[in-house]
Design a binder for this molecule. Structure first.
Ligand code: C5P
Length: 229
């Protein structure tokens, strides 16, 4: 069976407040995107990669892609649209039973151990699943006027990370149905959940952060330095 990696990297990263999209900001002297692809490649050197890039992207350099089987697919208006374009582009060569792992380009700190543990869990699972970490903070729901409406129980709450992995056929069906039903999906798992299935939660390290805000870049620098000893 083939393993496919889909890396949505077509975001503009507006919350970053930078002219350069966040996947191209430097992290230990290399762009975020190069780190993320290098980590995926170390864990899965034989995988095939679909890299979702904005059609107007003029920062990308193919020298950052370590995979021998890879292709570039266009970005959509939302993350889920970018992923759907990638899945459509794979239709000629992917089998329904092939495993597809979707990983945000903005998560360069994912470790080889977590990637391998997730892969093993997914190979044994009919539904599929995702890396996730139990919520540590107390969660407040706002009243939309800047005050606390209530405190949500954090018991049993998890933060969804990526990669998220599912069989090609199931993932395509889930994302197509979500689109038809106008469901807002910010990750693959939620589309699969909408089919009535229960993706597996695979406990991941808390430092698999998603670079979103400017301060996250400095945090990622520290995480990478600490991981590499
Ligand atoms: O903006 P956010 O951090 O939620 O984006 C998550 C991931 O989805 C990033 O890797 C980003 O590049 C990607 N993305 C995309 N196409 C979009 C929006 C986001 O590939 N239209």
């Amino acid at each position: 069976k083939n393993l496919w990696l889909v890396v949505p990297a077509a975001g503009r990263g507006r919350r970053m407040g930078s002219d350069v999209p966040k996947q191209y900001l430097p992290l230990r002297e290399r762009p975020v995107l190069a780190h993320t692809l290098a980590r995926l490649h170390r864990a899965f050197p034989a995988a095939r990669l679909c890299l979702c890039l904005d059609v107007d992207d003029d920062h990308f350099d193919p020298a950052w892609v370590p995979f021998s089987h890879w292709r570039r697919t266009p970005g959509g208006s939302e993350r889920v649209d970018s992923v759907r374009y990638a899945l459509a582009a794979m239709a000629d060569s992917a089998a329904d039973s092939d495993l597809v792992m979707v990983h945000d380009v903005a998560r360069p700190c994912v470790t080889q151990t977590d990637l391998e543990r997730l892969y093993i869990a997914l190979c044994e699972d009919e539904v599929g699943g995702l890396l996730a970490a139990p919520v540590a903070d107390t969660m407040k729901r706002d009243d939309s006027h800047g005050r606390v409406a209530r405190t949500e129980s954090r018991c049993g709450l998890w933060q969804a990370q990526t990669p998220q992995g599912f069989r090609y056929g199931l993932l395509r069906r889930a994302l197509d149905e979500a689109a038809v039903n106008g469901l807002v999906v910010t990750d693959e798992a939620s589309a699969v959940e909408a089919l009535g299935l229960a993706p597996r939660l695979v406990p991941g390290r808390r430092d698999n952060i998603k670079i979103t805000h400017p301060e996250d870049l400095a945090l990622a620098e520290h995480i990478l330095a600490a991981q590499q000893g």
